[in-house]
Unconditional design. Structure first.
Length: 358
């Protein structure tokens, strides 16, 4: 089976879970990845041979910062993508046929399903939300986008199956649907090695901070030093270089191991953070996101889980974290949630492939 995976280039969360699913595929499956997420990312995350063919067919959301969307620029960017895609359809169909693609998976590029349909290739969506979900909240204020939203709905409806990743938004524009548990990376507790490498005493609590690639430079990060019972770490340097914060390289520790080893994760609430905190039994302190329909569904799941701590934007940016950190320190760590989501995705993909070859 030769599988083509279209992955949106909006952030790394979609790519992370796509990598988890790719790693769960049978070894004889040939994987082709179509995205503009950098190849080096997949070289670190995909543990099997793959072909990387860079191209972008959607734009996600244009963000003002890590939690705020510029709605007008987002819809304008998508219009440009959609207009370009219409001109590229025949070319992309021919591209798939030349490479003898057997099945198309998309997270969550709408154009992928139109390509698959025209090429007579079965297609599967694997996602927790769609761009229809997000853009439908913007369209009432930008009515000229309505035809593009209708086109997105039509393209999604062409998929043979939706694999809805928990926790998922309603995605009624798809026909056949199956639900699976969270999909994410499973980490190992390497706290001992981590403490030794960075000289952290055992009585200290450790917090993993993820600001994302959009950054949160307005936060007075130097004030982290007031939390003298805590050590913090993350992937990116913080302005002000607080003394109790360390930048960690993925060459030294896998990110999923960092999640599994910390006492709390502090971040915006996206699917990747939510799913991997569930899977690794990691409490999460998070801030609200505006203009993103995914957030209420993720927040509801975290609230039902019982180990999430919502800070207002003002409290987060002012580092008024004392109460949340004390709550985390005083509670037992949650149990890991079952994590067979990727395996269930593979079974569903294989079923669609077999059905198309009967």
């Amino acid at each position: 089976m030769r599988l083509l995976y279209y992955i949106t280039s909006h952030g790394y969360g979609h790519a992370v879970r796509a990598c988890v699913i790719c790693n769960a595929l049978p070894p004889e499956t040939e994987v082709v990845i179509r995205t503009t997420v950098p190849r080096r990312f997949f070289e670190k995350e995909v543990s099997r041979p793959f072909v990387y063919e860079p191209e972008a067919f959607d734009c996600g959301c244009v963000q003002l910062d890590g939690i705020t969307v510029d709605k007008a620029k987002t819809l304008e960017a998508y219009r440009e993508c959609a207009d370009r895609n219409r001109d590229l359809l025949d070319k992309e169909v021919a591209w798939c046929k030349r490479r003898k693609i057997d099945i198309v998976i998309s997270d969550i590029v709408p154009f992928a399903f139109e390509v698959a349909k025209r090429a007579d290739i079965p297609s599967v969506a694997a996602t927790n939300f769609t761009w229809q979900t997000i853009y439908s909240e913007y369209t009432p204020s930008y009515r000229d986008f309505a035809p593009y939203l209708s086109e997105i709905e039509r393209q999604y409806a062409l998929a043979d199956l939706l694999i809805a990743l928990y926790p998922a938004n309603d995605m009624s524009c798809f026909g056949n649907q199956v639900q699976v548990r969270p999909v994410g990376r499973i980490g190992k507790d390497v706290r001992g090695s981590f403490n030794t490498r960075y000289g952290i005493s055992e009585e200290k609590k450790v917090g993993l901070i993820y600001t994302g690639t959009f950054g949160m430079d307005a936060v007075p990060w130097k004030m982290l030093e007031k939390f003298d019972e805590w050590k913090f770490f993350g992937l990116y340097p913080l302005p002000g270089s607080p003394a109790n914060y360390r930048c960690v390289s993925k060459k030294d520790f896998r990110y999923q191991d960092c999640i599994a080893s910390a006492d709390v994760m502090i971040c915006k609430l996206g699917y990747g953070a939510c799913a991997e905190c569930f899977i690794n039994g990691q409490p999460i302190i998070y801030l609200p996101r505006t203009g993103f329909a995914e957030f209420p569904v993720l927040q509801k799941a975290v609230e039902e889980w019982g180990h999430g701590y919502l800070l207002s934007r003002d409290d987060f940016y002012a580092l008024r974290w004392h109460e949340a950190l004390q709550s985390v320190a005083g509670r037992q760590r949650p149990a890991r949630m079952q994590s067979d989501g990727a395996q269930k995705c593979v079974l569903a993909i294989e079923n669609v492939y077999r059905s198309s070859h009967v």
